[in-house]
Design a binder for this molecule. Structure first.
Ligand SMILES: C[S@@+](CC[C@H](N)C(=O)[O-])C[C@H]1O[C@@H](n2cnc3c(N)ncnc32)[C@H](O)[C@@H]1O
Length: 252
């Protein structure tokens, strides 16, 4: 991407959901993209270079999220630890889900991994809380010890790095658009809310159907999306049409 497209003051948050290195062509009713490489080494070095080239555009304290699965995440973790100057991997978030195919001779692979890199500086983090489980609440409300320790059961418990409460976009999800590997808006909303502030600039270089941009717009962030598929760009533009006026108003 041309550096001139990015704000001179720096980008606050980057989210990358690239092709995962499956070796397949991903097809859906609303678009398709190639995920075919000459071996995993080519995929890993391409992606590491994308991150390395984008990294200087991130402001000090800015966050880069890289969404992958178990095929390549460990290779990328090692590569990014080397090339992202002043970067620290602060979390490896595991997104767990159900549905889809089940192999006969392996455990079904039902999680993705999201690396959260932060550039040295005053980074943004807003803790998120989730409700306690029903049995914890039931015990807590009747136990003398819980009353003594003043645990606020209504406030909830901190969301950990293990996210098992956000379903994938399936054939019957109301938000499904038919774009291959479309991510749920709830996933993007959570990570944007936790690691950026209102009016921050959020960038997605592999925007696909535009989920990141929609989540960013809904949370009052500015956004910029890129994709090398015209079908993806058209779809994302249609999805974001209700937000365009606001986006122009916020432009620096
Ligand atoms: C995993 S999908 C993104 C899905 C998206 N997060 C969503 O919720 O719809 C990856 C996207 O990367 C795009 N892509 C692949 N190679 C690219 C490249 N070199 N430059 C820009 N976009 C690319 C594909 O067209 C595809 O839309």
């Amino acid at each position: 991407m041309a550096a001139s497209l990015l704000p001179a003051s720096g980008v606050d948050l980057v989210y990358l959901d690239p092709p995962f290195g499956t070796g397949r062509r991903r097809e859906g009713q609303a678009g398709a993209y190639a995920d075919q490489w000459k071996g995993s080494g080519q995929h890993v070095s391409w992606l590491a270079e994308c991150c390395e080239r984008l990294w200087p555009a991130l402001r000090a304290g800015g966050t880069l999220w890289l969404h992958l699965d178990a095929r390549s995440v460990h290779h990328l973790r090692l590569a990014l630890d080397r090339v992202l100057v002043d970067g620290t991997c602060r979390n490896e978030v595991v997104w767990c889900y159900n549905g889809g195919g089940v192999p006969r001779r392996d455990f079904p692979r039902k999680h993705d991994l999201l690396l959260r890199y932060v550039k040295k500086g005053d980074w943004t983090f807003h803790a998120i809380r989730r409700p306690y489980k029903a049995n914890t609440q039931a015990v807590g409300r009747h136990s003398t010890r819980a009353k003594e320790t003043a645990i606020d059961l209504d406030w909830g418990t901190p969301q950990t790095d293990w996210w098992a409460d956000i379903p994938t976009v399936t054939g019957w999800s109301p938000e499904r658009l038919g774009y291959p590997t479309q991510k749920p808006q709830a996933l993007l909303s959570r990570l944007i809310a936790a690691t950026s502030n209102p009016n921050d600039v959020v960038v997605d270089l592999f925007m696909g159907s535009g989920t990141t941009l929609l989540a960013a717009a809904s949370l009052g962030r500015r956004y910029l999306g890129v994709d090398n598929s015209k079908a993806a760009c058209d779809l994302a533009a249609r999805r974001l049409a209700p937000w365009q006026a606001a986006a122009w108003d916020w432009a620096p």
